[in-house]
Write a protein that binds this ligand. Structure first.
Ligand code: MN
Ligand code: MN
Length: 474
Protein backbone atom coordinates (compact mmCIF):
# COMPACT_ATOMS: atom_id res chain seq x y z
CA UNK A 1 0.00 0.00 0.00
CA UNK A 2 1.32 3.42 -0.96
CA UNK A 3 1.40 6.05 1.74
CA UNK A 4 2.32 9.52 0.62
CA UNK A 5 3.51 12.38 2.75
CA UNK A 6 0.57 14.77 2.89
CA UNK A 7 2.81 17.83 2.68
CA UNK A 8 3.90 16.66 -0.81
CA UNK A 9 0.30 16.61 -2.01
CA UNK A 10 -0.56 20.20 -1.06
CA UNK A 11 -0.48 23.02 -3.57
CA UNK A 12 0.27 26.56 -2.38
CA UNK A 13 -3.36 27.29 -1.57
CA UNK A 14 -3.76 24.09 0.43
CA UNK A 15 -0.51 24.71 2.26
CA UNK A 16 -1.80 28.11 3.31
CA UNK A 17 -5.19 26.67 4.33
CA UNK A 18 -3.37 24.03 6.39
CA UNK A 19 -1.21 26.58 8.23
CA UNK A 20 -4.21 28.91 8.79
CA UNK A 21 -6.30 26.05 10.21
CA UNK A 22 -3.45 25.27 12.61
CA UNK A 23 -3.53 28.83 13.95
CA UNK A 24 -7.26 28.63 14.67
CA UNK A 25 -6.83 25.19 16.19
CA UNK A 26 -3.99 26.26 18.51
CA UNK A 27 -6.12 29.10 19.80
CA UNK A 28 -8.98 26.67 20.43
CA UNK A 29 -6.71 24.13 22.11
CA UNK A 30 -5.21 26.79 24.39
CA UNK A 31 -8.60 28.19 25.38
CA UNK A 32 -10.65 25.00 25.69
CA UNK A 33 -9.07 22.46 28.02
CA UNK A 34 -12.20 20.90 29.51
CA UNK A 35 -15.36 19.44 28.00
CA UNK A 36 -17.38 22.37 29.39
CA UNK A 37 -15.03 24.92 27.84
CA UNK A 38 -15.26 23.11 24.49
CA UNK A 39 -19.07 23.08 24.61
CA UNK A 40 -19.19 26.80 25.49
CA UNK A 41 -16.93 27.65 22.59
CA UNK A 42 -18.76 25.42 20.11
CA UNK A 43 -22.16 26.82 21.13
CA UNK A 44 -20.99 30.39 20.61
CA UNK A 45 -19.44 29.59 17.23
CA UNK A 46 -22.44 27.49 16.17
CA UNK A 47 -24.89 30.29 16.97
CA UNK A 48 -22.70 32.73 15.05
CA UNK A 49 -23.06 30.33 12.11
CA UNK A 50 -26.83 30.15 12.16
CA UNK A 51 -27.42 27.19 14.48
CA UNK A 52 -30.53 27.30 16.67
CA UNK A 53 -31.02 25.53 19.98
CA UNK A 54 -33.22 22.49 19.37
CA UNK A 55 -35.42 22.79 22.45
CA UNK A 56 -35.90 26.51 21.89
CA UNK A 57 -37.22 25.75 18.40
CA UNK A 58 -39.57 23.20 19.95
CA UNK A 59 -40.79 25.51 22.72
CA UNK A 60 -41.48 28.26 20.21
CA UNK A 61 -43.60 25.82 18.24
CA UNK A 62 -41.56 26.28 15.07
CA UNK A 63 -40.97 23.64 12.40
CA UNK A 64 -37.71 22.68 10.75
CA UNK A 65 -36.93 22.14 7.07
CA UNK A 66 -34.01 21.23 4.81
CA UNK A 67 -31.10 23.62 5.26
CA UNK A 68 -31.97 24.48 8.87
CA UNK A 69 -29.21 24.14 11.45
CA UNK A 70 -29.76 23.15 15.06
CA UNK A 71 -27.74 22.05 18.06
CA UNK A 72 -28.46 20.52 21.43
CA UNK A 73 -26.31 20.47 24.56
CA UNK A 74 -26.50 17.85 27.27
CA UNK A 75 -25.55 18.95 30.81
CA UNK A 76 -23.01 21.46 29.51
CA UNK A 77 -20.61 18.65 28.61
CA UNK A 78 -21.81 17.01 25.40
CA UNK A 79 -23.24 18.44 22.24
CA UNK A 80 -24.84 17.40 18.98
CA UNK A 81 -25.22 19.55 15.87
CA UNK A 82 -27.35 18.92 12.78
CA UNK A 83 -27.83 20.51 9.39
CA UNK A 84 -30.98 19.09 7.85
CA UNK A 85 -30.47 17.61 4.40
CA UNK A 86 -32.83 17.41 1.45
CA UNK A 87 -33.41 13.65 1.74
CA UNK A 88 -35.86 12.25 4.30
CA UNK A 89 -34.02 11.74 7.59
CA UNK A 90 -35.00 8.07 7.73
CA UNK A 91 -32.65 7.55 4.78
CA UNK A 92 -29.81 8.13 7.21
CA UNK A 93 -27.43 10.80 8.49
CA UNK A 94 -23.75 11.37 7.97
CA UNK A 95 -22.29 11.58 11.45
CA UNK A 96 -18.81 12.66 12.57
CA UNK A 97 -18.34 11.91 16.27
CA UNK A 98 -15.46 13.00 18.47
CA UNK A 99 -14.89 13.29 22.21
CA UNK A 100 -14.00 16.44 24.09
CA UNK A 101 -12.83 15.00 27.42
CA UNK A 102 -9.12 14.35 27.92
CA UNK A 103 -6.97 12.63 30.55
CA UNK A 104 -6.26 14.87 33.55
CA UNK A 105 -6.40 15.06 37.33
CA UNK A 106 -9.83 15.67 38.90
CA UNK A 107 -9.99 17.43 42.27
CA UNK A 108 -11.62 15.20 44.93
CA UNK A 109 -14.82 16.21 46.72
CA UNK A 110 -13.03 16.78 50.04
CA UNK A 111 -9.68 17.85 48.64
CA UNK A 112 -8.11 20.52 50.80
CA UNK A 113 -5.50 19.69 53.46
CA UNK A 114 -2.33 21.07 54.93
CA UNK A 115 0.88 19.27 55.82
CA UNK A 116 4.06 20.93 57.14
CA UNK A 117 2.75 24.39 56.25
CA UNK A 118 2.04 23.41 52.64
CA UNK A 119 -1.55 23.31 51.38
CA UNK A 120 -2.65 20.65 48.92
CA UNK A 121 -5.60 19.72 46.76
CA UNK A 122 -6.06 15.95 46.65
CA UNK A 123 -6.89 14.54 43.19
CA UNK A 124 -8.15 11.39 41.50
CA UNK A 125 -6.79 10.99 38.00
CA UNK A 126 -9.22 10.73 35.08
CA UNK A 127 -8.47 8.46 32.12
CA UNK A 128 -5.26 6.62 31.32
CA UNK A 129 -2.16 8.52 32.36
CA UNK A 130 1.45 7.72 33.12
CA UNK A 131 1.34 9.23 36.60
CA UNK A 132 5.02 10.12 36.65
CA UNK A 133 4.44 12.54 33.76
CA UNK A 134 2.32 14.84 35.94
CA UNK A 135 4.94 15.81 38.54
CA UNK A 136 7.05 19.01 38.34
CA UNK A 137 4.89 20.55 35.60
CA UNK A 138 3.18 23.92 35.78
CA UNK A 139 -0.50 23.06 36.25
CA UNK A 140 -3.71 25.03 35.82
CA UNK A 141 -7.10 24.47 37.45
CA UNK A 142 -10.21 24.73 35.27
CA UNK A 143 -13.77 24.03 36.23
CA UNK A 144 -16.94 24.95 37.98
CA UNK A 145 -18.14 25.18 41.56
CA UNK A 146 -21.91 25.03 41.82
CA UNK A 147 -23.17 26.54 45.05
CA UNK A 148 -26.24 25.35 46.91
CA UNK A 149 -28.12 28.35 45.55
CA UNK A 150 -27.58 26.97 42.04
CA UNK A 151 -25.10 29.72 41.18
CA UNK A 152 -22.17 28.47 39.11
CA UNK A 153 -18.73 29.90 39.77
CA UNK A 154 -16.30 29.43 36.89
CA UNK A 155 -12.70 28.90 37.84
CA UNK A 156 -9.77 29.08 35.47
CA UNK A 157 -6.39 29.80 37.02
CA UNK A 158 -2.93 29.21 35.59
CA UNK A 159 -3.33 30.15 31.93
CA UNK A 160 -2.77 33.91 31.79
CA UNK A 161 0.78 35.24 31.87
CA UNK A 162 0.40 36.72 35.35
CA UNK A 163 -1.74 33.93 36.83
CA UNK A 164 -0.16 31.73 39.48
CA UNK A 165 0.29 28.07 38.52
CA UNK A 166 0.18 24.93 40.67
CA UNK A 167 2.43 21.87 40.78
CA UNK A 168 3.07 18.40 42.14
CA UNK A 169 6.47 17.83 43.70
CA UNK A 170 8.82 14.93 42.95
CA UNK A 171 11.63 13.51 45.03
CA UNK A 172 15.07 14.93 44.33
CA UNK A 173 17.40 12.55 42.48
CA UNK A 174 19.91 12.65 45.40
CA UNK A 175 17.47 10.73 47.63
CA UNK A 176 15.83 8.59 44.97
CA UNK A 177 17.82 5.37 45.28
CA UNK A 178 14.75 3.36 46.30
CA UNK A 179 12.25 5.26 44.13
CA UNK A 180 14.35 4.74 41.00
CA UNK A 181 14.17 0.97 41.45
CA UNK A 182 10.35 0.98 41.29
CA UNK A 183 8.51 0.05 38.09
CA UNK A 184 7.18 3.08 36.19
CA UNK A 185 3.57 2.20 37.08
CA UNK A 186 4.26 2.77 40.77
CA UNK A 187 7.11 5.25 40.83
CA UNK A 188 4.46 7.92 41.45
CA UNK A 189 1.37 6.46 43.14
CA UNK A 190 -2.12 7.75 42.36
CA UNK A 191 -2.53 9.09 45.88
CA UNK A 192 0.75 11.01 45.55
CA UNK A 193 -0.78 13.24 42.86
CA UNK A 194 -1.65 16.02 45.28
CA UNK A 195 -1.38 19.51 43.91
CA UNK A 196 0.46 22.18 45.90
CA UNK A 197 -1.66 25.34 46.05
CA UNK A 198 -0.17 27.51 48.80
CA UNK A 199 2.27 27.94 51.68
CA UNK A 200 1.57 31.27 53.41
CA UNK A 201 -0.15 31.15 56.81
CA UNK A 202 -1.21 34.76 56.93
CA UNK A 203 -4.02 36.52 55.22
CA UNK A 204 -3.42 40.16 54.44
CA UNK A 205 -6.88 41.50 55.10
CA UNK A 206 -6.63 42.51 58.80
CA UNK A 207 -10.38 42.82 59.19
CA UNK A 208 -10.84 39.06 59.10
CA UNK A 209 -7.82 38.19 61.23
CA UNK A 210 -8.32 35.02 63.25
CA UNK A 211 -8.06 35.73 66.97
CA UNK A 212 -9.10 32.29 68.18
CA UNK A 213 -6.78 30.24 70.37
CA UNK A 214 -5.66 27.65 67.84
CA UNK A 215 -5.23 30.17 65.02
CA UNK A 216 -1.89 28.58 64.08
CA UNK A 217 -3.48 25.19 63.34
CA UNK A 218 -3.94 24.70 59.60
CA UNK A 219 -3.13 28.37 59.16
CA UNK A 220 -2.09 27.97 55.51
CA UNK A 221 -5.30 26.18 54.67
CA UNK A 222 -7.31 28.83 56.49
CA UNK A 223 -5.56 31.63 54.61
CA UNK A 224 -6.30 29.87 51.32
CA UNK A 225 -9.95 29.41 52.22
CA UNK A 226 -10.15 33.14 52.79
CA UNK A 227 -8.67 33.78 49.35
CA UNK A 228 -11.23 31.42 47.81
CA UNK A 229 -13.97 33.17 49.74
CA UNK A 230 -12.80 36.61 48.66
CA UNK A 231 -12.20 35.82 44.97
CA UNK A 232 -14.90 33.27 44.29
CA UNK A 233 -17.34 33.50 47.19
CA UNK A 234 -16.95 29.79 47.97
CA UNK A 235 -16.29 27.87 51.16
CA UNK A 236 -14.73 24.47 51.82
CA UNK A 237 -18.06 22.62 51.63
CA UNK A 238 -18.59 23.93 48.10
CA UNK A 239 -15.91 21.55 46.78
CA UNK A 240 -18.54 18.84 47.24
CA UNK A 241 -20.49 20.20 44.28
CA UNK A 242 -17.54 21.20 42.12
CA UNK A 243 -15.93 19.79 39.00
CA UNK A 244 -12.37 21.05 38.98
CA UNK A 245 -9.87 19.65 36.51
CA UNK A 246 -6.12 20.00 36.90
CA UNK A 247 -4.47 20.23 33.50
CA UNK A 248 -1.03 21.23 32.16
CA UNK A 249 -0.77 25.04 32.18
CA UNK A 250 0.14 26.94 29.05
CA UNK A 251 -0.65 27.35 25.40
CA UNK A 252 -0.43 24.99 22.48
CA UNK A 253 2.70 25.77 20.46
CA UNK A 254 4.18 25.18 17.05
CA UNK A 255 6.78 22.43 17.19
CA UNK A 256 9.84 22.02 14.97
CA UNK A 257 11.99 24.61 13.16
CA UNK A 258 9.68 24.08 10.19
CA UNK A 259 6.58 24.63 12.36
CA UNK A 260 5.10 21.46 10.90
CA UNK A 261 3.70 20.14 14.19
CA UNK A 262 1.67 21.26 17.18
CA UNK A 263 2.51 20.44 20.77
CA UNK A 264 -0.41 20.86 23.13
CA UNK A 265 -2.52 19.39 25.90
CA UNK A 266 -5.75 17.50 25.13
CA UNK A 267 -5.22 16.72 21.45
CA UNK A 268 -6.84 13.33 22.16
CA UNK A 269 -9.44 14.05 21.00
CA UNK A 270 -9.65 17.76 20.28
CA UNK A 271 -7.44 17.22 17.20
CA UNK A 272 -10.53 15.49 15.76
CA UNK A 273 -13.28 17.40 17.60
CA UNK A 274 -12.09 20.71 16.16
CA UNK A 275 -12.03 19.65 12.48
CA UNK A 276 -15.32 17.77 13.03
CA UNK A 277 -16.92 20.99 14.28
CA UNK A 278 -15.38 23.03 11.46
CA UNK A 279 -16.51 20.57 8.80
CA UNK A 280 -20.01 20.66 10.27
CA UNK A 281 -20.34 24.46 10.11
CA UNK A 282 -18.61 24.69 6.72
CA UNK A 283 -20.85 22.11 5.01
CA UNK A 284 -24.00 23.52 3.43
CA UNK A 285 -26.72 22.42 1.08
CA UNK A 286 -26.50 18.71 1.76
CA UNK A 287 -28.42 15.69 0.53
CA UNK A 288 -28.14 13.77 3.77
CA UNK A 289 -28.52 15.40 7.16
CA UNK A 290 -25.09 16.09 8.66
CA UNK A 291 -24.37 15.59 12.33
CA UNK A 292 -21.38 16.44 14.51
CA UNK A 293 -21.30 14.67 17.85
CA UNK A 294 -18.97 16.11 20.49
CA UNK A 295 -19.17 13.98 23.59
CA UNK A 296 -17.84 13.61 27.11
CA UNK A 297 -16.52 10.62 29.13
CA UNK A 298 -14.87 8.65 26.31
CA UNK A 299 -11.68 8.36 28.32
CA UNK A 300 -13.44 6.45 31.08
CA UNK A 301 -15.62 4.20 28.94
CA UNK A 302 -18.29 6.57 27.53
CA UNK A 303 -20.30 6.15 30.72
CA UNK A 304 -22.69 8.50 32.49
CA UNK A 305 -25.43 10.82 31.25
CA UNK A 306 -23.00 12.79 29.06
CA UNK A 307 -21.07 9.80 27.67
CA UNK A 308 -21.87 8.25 24.29
CA UNK A 309 -23.66 5.33 25.93
CA UNK A 310 -26.31 7.75 27.20
CA UNK A 311 -29.42 8.26 25.08
CA UNK A 312 -29.06 12.01 24.64
CA UNK A 313 -28.10 11.68 20.98
CA UNK A 314 -30.97 9.34 20.14
CA UNK A 315 -33.40 11.65 22.00
CA UNK A 316 -32.10 14.73 20.17
CA UNK A 317 -32.52 12.97 16.83
CA UNK A 318 -36.09 12.01 17.76
CA UNK A 319 -36.86 15.65 18.61
CA UNK A 320 -35.26 16.78 15.35
CA UNK A 321 -37.33 14.35 13.29
CA UNK A 322 -40.45 15.44 15.13
CA UNK A 323 -39.78 19.10 14.34
CA UNK A 324 -39.34 18.12 10.70
CA UNK A 325 -42.67 16.29 10.76
CA UNK A 326 -40.82 13.03 10.12
CA UNK A 327 -40.92 11.28 13.48
CA UNK A 328 -42.13 7.80 14.17
CA UNK A 329 -40.37 5.16 16.25
CA UNK A 330 -39.79 3.17 13.10
CA UNK A 331 -38.47 6.14 11.11
CA UNK A 332 -36.05 6.94 13.94
CA UNK A 333 -34.73 3.38 13.93
CA UNK A 334 -34.40 3.44 10.16
CA UNK A 335 -32.56 6.79 10.30
CA UNK A 336 -30.07 5.35 12.79
CA UNK A 337 -29.58 2.09 10.90
CA UNK A 338 -29.10 3.90 7.58
CA UNK A 339 -26.52 6.34 8.92
CA UNK A 340 -22.83 6.46 8.11
CA UNK A 341 -20.45 7.44 10.84
CA UNK A 342 -16.82 8.47 11.17
CA UNK A 343 -15.77 7.87 14.75
CA UNK A 344 -13.28 10.68 14.67
CA UNK A 345 -10.82 9.77 17.36
CA UNK A 346 -7.07 10.06 17.25
CA UNK A 347 -4.87 7.14 16.32
CA UNK A 348 -1.33 6.54 17.39
CA UNK A 349 1.46 7.68 15.08
CA UNK A 350 4.40 5.35 14.49
CA UNK A 351 7.16 6.40 16.86
CA UNK A 352 10.66 5.44 15.63
CA UNK A 353 11.97 5.67 19.21
CA UNK A 354 9.60 2.86 20.26
CA UNK A 355 9.47 0.92 17.01
CA UNK A 356 9.23 -2.48 18.71
CA UNK A 357 5.54 -2.04 19.69
CA UNK A 358 4.46 -1.14 16.15
CA UNK A 359 3.96 -3.19 13.02
CA UNK A 360 5.30 -0.87 10.35
CA UNK A 361 3.12 -1.92 7.42
CA UNK A 362 -0.07 -1.24 9.40
CA UNK A 363 0.85 1.79 11.46
CA UNK A 364 -0.20 5.33 10.78
CA UNK A 365 2.55 7.89 10.40
CA UNK A 366 2.90 11.52 11.34
CA UNK A 367 2.24 13.70 8.30
CA UNK A 368 0.75 11.03 6.06
CA UNK A 369 -2.84 12.13 6.33
CA UNK A 370 -5.96 11.24 8.28
CA UNK A 371 -5.86 7.63 9.52
CA UNK A 372 -8.52 4.93 9.30
CA UNK A 373 -8.67 2.15 11.86
CA UNK A 374 -10.84 -0.66 10.51
CA UNK A 375 -10.81 -2.02 14.03
CA UNK A 376 -9.39 -1.24 17.45
CA UNK A 377 -9.71 -3.49 20.53
CA UNK A 378 -7.24 -5.84 22.18
CA UNK A 379 -6.38 -9.55 22.26
CA UNK A 380 -7.92 -10.64 18.97
CA UNK A 381 -9.91 -7.43 18.27
CA UNK A 382 -11.94 -7.89 21.45
CA UNK A 383 -14.10 -4.86 22.24
CA UNK A 384 -13.70 -3.49 18.75
CA UNK A 385 -16.00 -2.09 16.12
CA UNK A 386 -14.84 -3.85 12.97
CA UNK A 387 -15.90 -1.70 10.01
CA UNK A 388 -17.47 -3.40 6.99
CA UNK A 389 -15.43 -3.80 3.83
CA UNK A 390 -18.38 -2.44 1.79
CA UNK A 391 -18.35 0.76 3.85
CA UNK A 392 -14.60 1.17 3.57
CA UNK A 393 -14.83 0.76 -0.20
CA UNK A 394 -17.52 3.48 -0.29
CA UNK A 395 -15.24 5.83 1.67
CA UNK A 396 -12.20 5.00 -0.48
CA UNK A 397 -14.14 6.11 -3.52
CA UNK A 398 -15.16 9.41 -1.86
CA UNK A 399 -11.69 10.28 -0.60
CA UNK A 400 -10.10 9.49 -3.92
CA UNK A 401 -12.59 11.73 -5.74
CA UNK A 402 -12.03 14.52 -3.23
CA UNK A 403 -8.24 14.00 -3.19
CA UNK A 404 -8.01 13.57 0.59
CA UNK A 405 -4.72 12.25 1.91
CA UNK A 406 -5.58 9.11 3.91
CA UNK A 407 -3.72 6.21 5.49
CA UNK A 408 -4.69 3.11 7.43
CA UNK A 409 -3.78 2.38 11.00
CA UNK A 410 -3.73 -0.31 13.62
CA UNK A 411 -3.14 0.32 17.32
CA UNK A 412 0.33 -1.22 17.63
CA UNK A 413 1.45 -4.79 17.16
CA UNK A 414 -0.95 -7.68 17.73
CA UNK A 415 -1.02 -8.37 21.49
CA UNK A 416 1.07 -5.30 22.32
CA UNK A 417 -1.90 -3.66 24.07
CA UNK A 418 -5.05 -2.03 22.76
CA UNK A 419 -7.78 0.53 23.15
CA UNK A 420 -11.20 1.63 21.98
CA UNK A 421 -13.35 4.60 20.98
CA UNK A 422 -17.05 5.46 20.75
CA UNK A 423 -17.31 3.56 17.42
CA UNK A 424 -18.90 0.39 18.82
CA UNK A 425 -21.66 2.36 20.58
CA UNK A 426 -23.06 3.93 17.40
CA UNK A 427 -22.62 0.59 15.65
CA UNK A 428 -25.21 -0.83 18.09
CA UNK A 429 -27.85 0.87 15.93
CA UNK A 430 -26.67 -1.15 12.95
CA UNK A 431 -25.11 1.82 11.17
CA UNK A 432 -21.81 1.75 9.33
CA UNK A 433 -19.02 3.09 11.54
CA UNK A 434 -15.27 3.40 11.13
CA UNK A 435 -12.59 5.08 13.22
CA UNK A 436 -11.00 7.95 11.36
CA UNK A 437 -8.73 10.51 12.98
CA UNK A 438 -5.45 12.32 13.40
CA UNK A 439 -2.29 10.37 14.35
CA UNK A 440 -0.73 11.53 17.63
CA UNK A 441 2.73 11.16 19.16
CA UNK A 442 2.99 10.80 22.96
CA UNK A 443 -0.77 10.20 23.23
CA UNK A 444 -2.26 10.74 26.72
CA UNK A 445 0.84 12.61 27.88
CA UNK A 446 0.59 16.19 29.18
CA UNK A 447 1.92 17.53 25.87
CA UNK A 448 0.80 15.51 22.86
CA UNK A 449 2.03 16.17 19.32
CA UNK A 450 0.33 16.09 15.93
CA UNK A 451 1.20 17.12 12.37
CA UNK A 452 -0.57 20.15 10.92
CA UNK A 453 -0.85 18.25 7.62
CA UNK A 454 -2.87 15.51 9.32
CA UNK A 455 -5.16 18.02 11.02
CA UNK A 456 -5.88 19.61 7.65
CA UNK A 457 -6.39 16.18 6.05
CA UNK A 458 -8.93 15.36 8.76
CA UNK A 459 -10.88 18.53 7.98
CA UNK A 460 -10.83 17.69 4.26
CA UNK A 461 -11.94 14.11 4.98
CA UNK A 462 -14.85 15.18 7.20
CA UNK A 463 -16.02 17.75 4.64
CA UNK A 464 -15.89 15.18 1.83
CA UNK A 465 -17.77 12.71 4.03
CA UNK A 466 -20.59 15.16 4.78
CA UNK A 467 -20.85 15.99 1.09
CA UNK A 468 -20.80 12.52 -0.38
CA UNK A 469 -21.33 9.62 2.05
CA UNK A 470 -24.57 7.88 1.09
CA UNK A 471 -24.38 4.19 1.92
CA UNK A 472 -27.66 2.85 3.29
CA UNK A 473 -28.15 -0.38 5.19
CA UNK A 474 -31.86 -0.84 4.45
MN1 MN B 1 -9.59 9.42 22.05
MN1 MN C 1 -7.74 8.59 24.76
Amino acid sequence: MVRVNAWNTFDRGQHKSCMDLAEDYKEFLSSCKTERECVDRFVNDAEANGYMELNEVRREGRKLKAGDRVYSVWMNKSMVMFEIGRAPIEEGLNIVGAHIDSPRLDVKQNPLYEDSDIAYLDTHYYGGIKKYQYVTLPLAIHGVIVKKSGETVILRVGEDEDDPVFFISDLLIHLSQEQMKKPAASVIEGEALDVIIGSKPVYLDESVKDSSEDSSKDAVKKALLRILEEYYGIDEEDFVSAELEVVPAGKARDAGFDRSMILGYGQDDRACAYPAFRAQIESHDLDRTSCALLVDKEEIGSVGATGMRSRFFENALAELMDLCGQYSELSLRRALANSCMLSSDVSIAFDPSYASVFEKKNSSYLGKGVAFNKFTGARGKSGSNDANAEYIAHLRQIFEEEKVCVQTSELGKVDAGGGGTIAYILALYGMNVIDCGVPVLSMHSPWEAISKADLYSALCAYRAFFKKASLKSI
